[in-house]
Design a protein around this ligand. Sequence first.
Ligand SMILES: C[S@@+](CC[C@H](N)C(=O)[O-])C[C@H]1O[C@@H](n2cnc3c(N)ncnc32)[C@H](O)[C@@H]1O
Length: 256
Amino acid sequence: MNKSKNNTTQNNTTHFGFEDIPVQEKADRVAEVFHSVADKYDLMNDLMSFGLHRLWKRFTLTQSSVRLKQTVLDLAGGTGDLTREFAKKVGPHGHVILADINAKMLQQGRSRLTDQGIIGNVTYIQADAEYLPFSDHSFDCITIAFGLRNVTNKSAALQSMYRVLKPGGKCLILEFSKPVLPLLNTIYDTYSFKIIPKLGAWITRDEKSYQYLVESIRMHPDQIQLQKMMQECEFDDVTYYNLSGGIVALHQGFKY
Ligand SMILES: C[S@@+](CC[C@H](N)C(=O)[O-])C[C@H]1O[C@@H](n2cnc3c(N)ncnc32)[C@H](O)[C@@H]1O
């Protein structure tokens, strides 16, 4: 059955990794994954990416051009890597909202950032990217890092993000994408399917969640498809950068 770019069919099924499941079950299945991996999430991120996720996030921060006193939404913010840096950039008179659908990831994020002294200008909100509980035109910048591929209805999330972005604001989507070098593709495939689930089993005792994570990367729209989806959701001047040979891409779009 052909799936739309949103990964849903007319039969109301969607992808959960390589599995086809009823649309209404996806959010709960994704919640189970992140509930299970939350405690070891940061360690696994470093191990799986050889620390590269730090560079990809640093590039995202540079591209954001966020400055003092601004208001930023770090959507699907999880354990708060981007939120921490945004909180420093906006300063005490700015504001960062870390929003995530998963209570356990939020809790990890809040206690980690509080331990690191990031307090006063960060708010933690449990929210679904598809139905953002904020007024129109609220944020100077919105980021979603490694979150969009887990969302059931990606267009609904993009529309919701567009709605809450201020005119002149910028939206940045950091996500796994499609490697652009043929040899890299083969090595990356072997690494993803043979090593990552085993690493997950070893560190978190949960191979299945990491199997889902690598499968979800393959099912996610590639660079061009995501660019089109953003344009269809009204974002202006949508461009992207391939990072690490396209293993990851950073898409950016504006609201004029
Ligand atoms: C791979 S983690 C990324 C966390 C963080 N942004 C980072 O880069 O380290 C994906 C996050 O997306 C969140 N998430 C999944 N579906 C979501 C949704 N529909 N709305 C908001 N957050 C969602 C998960 O709970 C999880 O915390």
